[in-house]
Design a protein around this ligand. Structure first.
Ligand code: NZQ
Ligand code: ZN
Length: 384
């Protein structure tokens, strides 16, 4: 196990009706004037927006509001949010929605206190040095942004999707009521499940040895998703299944299953090009990339992939031919994706083979540069 530090100071409120405490938490964490930030309207239709506003009014917190965040959130609305916060003297951002809304909120929070262009944080030209506090009310179990230090934004010009990391944008509190996810369309539920599992895979396939505890925690998340996914696809109102998936989504990405080992992230790097260029859901892009990546790199540590097949899918270990076991595990994963309605190839996703050189080029890798650590991938590998 590698040395590590772990500090993940988000305060979580989990369970039924917890969104009614949003105002209480804003006050507790020092907010005076809030920007309520949200997406395309699901929270208006469900009545959630009104409930959260009511909770702010109850504790005399003033607010401004900015809706309209698109999935794969765009820089244009971030600039608008920054301007609005400055004009209204906002000191706290409350994101109500999924990863897209939360990431947009994080970008605004950092951008408000920065003299330059907030995009500097996303193209590697600047480091976040201060940010307004961000709180969240989560409506989809997926990206894990409610407990993560990351934000991913798409620049409209060229549809470039880029991410940034900073401890300063990790939410100060996050409210997770599984009931709020019951209105999700099945496709979004499935995309979320796929993303949650991918956050584990990026950490599980590692060259670091002897990380038993972290391996076992990772496997617990994967097994939970495999158990709960069919239950929730069949009965979207199943509270217990929703609850387990929602907490798993947080655990998969606040890095508790990442510490003590090298992490990969090449699949996410590749996927961002797909959701950037085609504006498809991040989870759907991952369902295509993850099994392809596994097949491409499995020979690097065939026993690890055989372990994945045995422990996660219950495959029988073929000691004479572990590759067969490994391949069976990847096949089962693809079947699982198909069973929840995810695409598993370019055609099903709506991506085009002829766009591959463009996507690889926009990743911005130099000739000898690589991404990923399990097997460092060059541009040529990415293309393959
Ligand atoms: O905009 P509204 O109307 O709210 O509709 C949304 C949106 O269309 C809808 N939705 C959300 N909650 C709902 C609901 N519809 C009905 N009922 C509800 N309760 O779902 C759609 C997708 O929402 P989005 O926020 O885009 O989903 P998700 O949470 O999957 O976020 C995806 C974004 O997060 C980024 C992805 O790249 C992508 O841009 N990621 C962020 C990460 C992070 N910050 O740590 C890590 C991830 O790896 C990921 O890259
Ligand atoms: Zn992801």
């Amino acid at each position: 196990m590698n040395n590590f530090t772990f500090y993940s100071p988000t305060y979580f409120a989990f369970g039924r009706n917890t969104e009614k405490e949003a105002g209480h938490y804003v006050r507790r964490f020092g907010g005076r004037k809030v920007l309520i930030h949200y997406g395309g309207g699901s929270i208006i239709r469900s009545g959630l927006l009104d409930r959260v506003k009511e909770s702010l009014k109850q504790v005399n917190i003033e607010f401004a509001e900015l809706g309209g965040v698109l999935p794969n959130p765009r820089d244009g609305l971030v600039y608008k949010g920054i301007e609005l916060c400055r004009k209204e003297d906002v000191d706290f951002i409350l994101a109500i929605g999924g990863g897209s809304v939360i990431d947009s909120a994080k970008a605004i929070a950092a951008g408000v206190l920065y003299e330059g262009d907030f995009w500097d944080f996303y193209n590697g030209k600047g480091q976040i040095e201060k940010a307004l506090k961000v709180g969240t009310v989560v409506t989809i179990a997926a990206a894990g942004s409610e407990g993560s230090n990351s934000s991913v934004i798409t620049k409209e010009e060229g549809m470039l999707k880029r991410g940034t990391n900073s401890e300063l944008i990790r939410p100060i509190f996050s409210i997770l009521n599984p009931e709020l996810t019951q209105t999700l369309p099945p496709y979004q539920t499935a995309c979320g499940i796929t993303d949650i599992m991918a956050h584990v895979f990026e950490r599980y396939f590692t060259n670091t040895k002897e990380v038993e505890i972290t391996d076992r925690l990772s496997e617990a998340i994967l097994l939970t998703m495999i158990k709960e996914a069919p239950r929730v696809m069949e009965d979207p109102d199943n509270y217990e299944a929703r609850a387990n998936i929602m907490w798993a989504g947080m655990l998969a990405h606040n890095n508790i299953v990442g510490v003590g080992r090298d992490q990969d992230w090449a699949s996410h790097k590749i996927e961002l090009e797909l959701s950037g260029l085609y504006d498809v859901a991040h989870g759907a892009g991952l369902a295509v990339i993850i099994p392809a990546w596994m097949t491409y790199v499995m020979h690097h540590d065939i026993n690890h992939f055989a372990q994945f097949a045995v422990r996660i899918w219950g495959c029988e270990m073929n000691f004479a031919n572990p590759e067969e076991t490994a391949r069976e595990g990847i096949k089962r994963l693809k079947e699982f994706y198909t069973s929840i309605g995810m695409p598993i190839n370019f055609e099903q996703l709506g991506a085009k083979e002829e766009d591959i050189p463009y996507m690889v080029e926009t990743m911005g890798l130099g000739e000898n540069e690589t991404r990923g650590s399990f097997v460092p991938l060059t541009k040529k590998d990415m293309e393959a």
